[in-house]
Design a protein around this ligand. Structure first.
Ligand SMILES: [Fe+2]
Length: 210
């Protein structure tokens, strides 16, 4: 897989995206990258073969599809995939999709609000996920950290999930989506041997913010 390794290059792409479409996604992306860096550093300290620059950059650009403006459901994943693929970074393109699907290709029919997504995009996203055999650690860490950071900084998984639910609504399949995050969190915590929150200084402050 080809990933962006140079942090200056990744930062320049994010700045470009922000200029196309300013919004809270910019600060969120930086905080997701910071969270990802801490989790990957912990994994590396336990002997896992990962590159902290690859992880940081991929997290920084996971929402780059937002450059197109506000789009509903997983259209930003599709736009990010297309954009990063055009640049030749297949690994980054993949993460633009996988971060929106914490359960992989399981329950795909319920994993997104497909009614909001054009048919051609839906078909392509499902094809991408079905052709991807198993998430690697970059996919998993970034999918989880996407749910552990907002525009203010690090946050609790429960708080983030409720916040998204309040803004975008929930349905009878939402718990399946949530289970995907907890499965990743449990797996990563078993690998690093501590609660993931111990890696995020000041995380307790998030309980006092609205
Ligand atoms: Fe995100």
């Amino acid at each position: 897989m080809d990933y962006i390794r140079n942090r200056n290059e990744a930062s320049a792409l994010l700045e470009w995206g922000k200029n196309q479409n300013p919004g809270s996604w910019y600060a969120h992306s930086i905080h997701v990258a910071q969270a990802t860096e801490k989790v990957v550093a912990a994994l590396i300290s336990k002997g896992y073969d990962l590159d902290v620059d690859v992880a940081y950059n991929a997290a920084l650009l996971h929402d780059i599809g937002r450059y197109k403006g506000f789009t509903k459901s997983v259209i930003h994943s599709y736009d990010g995939y297309e954009y990063m693929n055009q640049l030749g970074y297949r690994g980054n393109a993949q993460i633009c999709v996988t971060h929106s699907f914490p359960s992989g290709n399981q329950h795909l029919e319920y994993a997104a609000d497909w009614a909001l997504v054009p048919d051609s995009m839906e078909m392509k996203l499902k094809k991408i996920l079905n052709n991807y055999p198993a998430y690697n650690l970059y996919d998993k860490v970034i999918a989880l950290c996407d749910a552990l950071a907002d525009e203010e900084g690090f946050t609790l998984l429960e708080k983030r999930l409720i916040s998204v639910g309040l803004r975008h609504g929930t349905n009878r399949h939402t718990s399946l989506h949530w289970q995907g995050f907890y499965a990743i969190k449990n797996e990563l915590e078993a690998m690093i041997g501590v609660s993931i929150y111990t890696l995020f200084p000041g995380i307790e402050q998030s309980i006092y913010t609205s």
